[in-house]
Design a protein around this ligand. Sequence first.
Ligand code: ACO
Length: 341
Amino acid sequence: MKRQPRSSPRSAKPRRSVSIVGTGSYVPEKILTNAALSTMVDTTDEWITTRTGIKERRIAAKGEHTSDMATKAALAAIEQAQIDPSEIELILVATATPDMYFPATACLVQQKIGALKAACLDVSAACAGFLFAVEIAQQFITSHTYDTVLVIGAEKLSSITNWTDRNTCVLFGDGAGAAILRHRGNGAHGVISTHIGSDGQYADILFMPGGGCRTPITRENAHQNLQTIHMSGKEVYKQAITAMLRASKKALDQAGLTIDDIACVIPHQANVRIIEAIADRLKIPLEKFYVNLDRYGNTSAAAVAIALDEANRSGRIKAGDYVLMVVFGGGLTWASTVIEW
Ligand code: ACO
């Protein structure tokens, strides 16, 4: 189908094109299987597989932090993009598990890759963070502020997981994914549409109550697991489907495409049942979805970034394909992006 972008305030003027010119990802070596988890909490491989689709997840090594994983993913993306780190003008790290409150994890990545001309900041939008960062990057590029931006999603969720809570500990894993976004001449393939959104009314269905200024961790509360993920699983499940469907439709509509034009959907990797529900409601075959949550679990902001890199490097997405990425996360937050690869 010939694409006819809908007019919107943002597309009223000819847009400066933004391409993804390199991707990279990294997951830690250590594998934690469902069988191993079932020796830690009261669960089974059968329960985890049928309720989530997850078979195993990766766990960062002792001393391996979010910035280390982010750096490895970034270097792979830089290599594929064939650029020098000195060309990067902005580094965005989407994460809910920064190395420290400050400096930003993006500054730590900057130091490690030697991208010393870049401005650096972290993006806090939980699992939706990578696509929020893609949106920020493309705004800076289309506004002619920067030409080359490094976008990373990286998480060490094992550091905020309550390993005694079977409701949550079976879901999460560690890893990082990265992309280099660049203006490479008008008419080039690239980001066609982006959509981001939030609903703070649901802030309390997925959150980490402790560790911030509201409830600092003290000697008295240190054993209450306040510095771990708290989640109302059923409510998140319901909201995730609604948010991802709405976000998919928005990005497609803005791009002037229908779901039939999409060669590959890269969704947030939280639960295969959420992905199946979306496939069913969008009326597209499940085979169009790129799924790797069986191997990594939910790596939050890293999930869609790792999946994008795998889909790219494996040839699952090819030049000219329309790719829809769609995510949701704590906040609630949601985001979607359509790219012509
Ligand atoms: N092993 C065995 N039993 C379990 C486990 C487990 N690991 N976890 C929960 N159960 C039990 C529950 O205690 C419950 O038992 P009960 O009936 O005796 O009370 C029973 O299994 C059923 O629990 P449900 O909550 O009904 O299970 P459900 O089918 O809803 O699946 C799940 C739970 C997998 C968490 C699902 O709700 C889900 O995927 N929700 C979305 C989670 C998600 O996407 N989170 C994203 C986080 S994104 C971010 O921003 C970090």
